[in-house]
Write a protein that binds this ligand. Structure first.
Ligand SMILES: NC(=O)c1ccc[n+]([C@@H]2O[C@H](COP(=O)([O-])OP(=O)(O)OC[C@H]3O[C@@H](n4cnc5c(N)ncnc54)[C@H](OP(=O)(O)O)[C@@H]3O)[C@@H](O)[C@H]2O)c1
Length: 341
């Protein structure tokens, strides 16, 4: 496609005085676009919104391809984007230009940032694009030394895990933490964060023992549905489905369960007399309705930069978009899928 058109006569990503800004009519940018819900993305040259006074123009290095992106692209998850649209809820890259109202020191040109939120990939063009225009509040500086691919991949899952374990689940030092989907991004990070913040012991349920090696060290590993050696104080459930009832039985009377996801099934069945007798509090988590504090976000990113926190990544080049989507759809992905621009 028209990459030569985009980069001819200058280094990509450098806004030079007197030259067209990437994303304008004079210089549209390469992106993937959804033209019909449920249809495949198509490569296209697109125009970006103007860089407003509180916006940042970012040249993408890495963009995430997630289940959430696919649900929006299928038109089955709110908010429904206006077609055609550029998907991509998160990613990382470097700053090309910051709007007039932004403090020059906040986002100097070329600094590495991650982008997430502010309607990206839903109500405004997302990160499946060479460039994005993002409200500054949805841009976060990335610490020195953090691989931009990891920066792209880690943010929303780490924030979700943190919110599940602490903000909603209220894990206290000395408590026992149980997590289903322990091989997944959110599950694994919930277990890692629990250990960093004083969980006395941890249990992780896996779909199959063959993937146990992907569970963080020091965790009691159980196959989905199995009973732990002792009850947990807090359950973080990322899988839902028919096994939810048995996972809930692992919570001590008076304990809590945070409901995060439903990779194993959308419907759950629980026996109300058991729930009432055990007096377990069920707490849903909806990250669309909450943001973690900026200082927590920064500390989570620092955790990845220092190697204390880890998340598995599968890397694809730009031509690998369709392969990445197929792996996600087939349930074969073993980590977050990140596409390099
Ligand atoms: N509530 C929110 O706001 C929020 C925010 C972010 C994410 N989520 C949701 O949280 C869930 C987990 O996200 P993630 O990023 O961690 O996904 P992920 O990395 O794809 O992990 C999915 C996990 O589910 C397990 N799993 C899949 N099918 C299963 C089955 N039939 N039975 C038992 N386990 C099964 C996987 O096991 P294998 O490793 O064996 O495949 C893996 O451990 C997703 O449903 C996601 O949509 C919710």
């Amino acid at each position: 496609m028209g990459e030569q058109l985009l980069t001819e006569g200058r280094e990509p990503g450098t806004a030079q005085p007197g030259t067209a800004q990437p994303g304008t009519a004079q210089e549209p940018v390469a992106a993937f676009q959804i033209h019909e819900f449920g249809g495949p993305p198509k490569e296209a040259l697109v125009l970006l919104p103007e860089v407003g006074s509180a916006d940042v123009l970012v040249k993408m290095t890495a963009t995430v391809v997630s289940h959430h992106d696919l649900m929006l692209a299928a038109g089955v998850f709110p908010p429904q984007p206006s077609l055609p649209y550029v998907p991509g809820l998160e990613g990382a890259g470097h700053v090309v230009q910051a709007g007039a109202d932004i403090d020059a020191g906040d986002f100097p040109p070329e600094c590495v940032v991650r982008v997430y939120g502010g309607g990206l990939g839903a109500t405004r063009p997302g990160t499946w694009s060479e460039y994005v225009v993002v409200p500054a509040r949805s841009v976060t500086r990335v610490p020195e030394g953090l691989d931009p691919l990891l920066a792209a991949a880690c943010g929303s899952v780490a924030a979700t895990a943190w919110a599940a374990v602490f903000q909603v689940g209220g894990l206290q030092a000395g408590e026992r933490l149980g997590v289903t989907g322990a091989t997944g991004a959110v599950g694994s990070l919930a277990l890692q964060l629990g250990a960093e913040n004083g969980a006395r012991s941890r249990v992780g349920w896996v779909r199959t023992a063959a993937r146990s090696s992907r569970v963080p060290a020091g965790v009691e590993v159980l196959e989905a549905g199995d009973a732990p050696t002792e009850p947990v104080d807090l359950l973080v459930d990322t899988v839902g489905g028919p096994l939810f009832e048995s996972h809930l039985e692992a919570v001590r009377p008076g304990g809590r369960a945070v409901l995060v996801g439903y990779t194993a099934g959308e419907r759950v069945c629980i026996l109300l007399p058991d729930l009432l007798v055990h007096d377990v509090t069920l707490q849903p988590l909806n990250m669309m309705r909450r943001r973690v504090p900026k200082e927590v976000e920064a500390s989570l990113l620092a955790g990845f930069a220092e190697g204390r926190l880890q998340v598995a990544i599968e890397r694809f080049d730009r031509g690998g978009m369709f392969a990445a989507i197929e792996r996600l759809r087939a349930g074969e992905a073993s980590g977050r899928l990140v596409l390099e621009w």
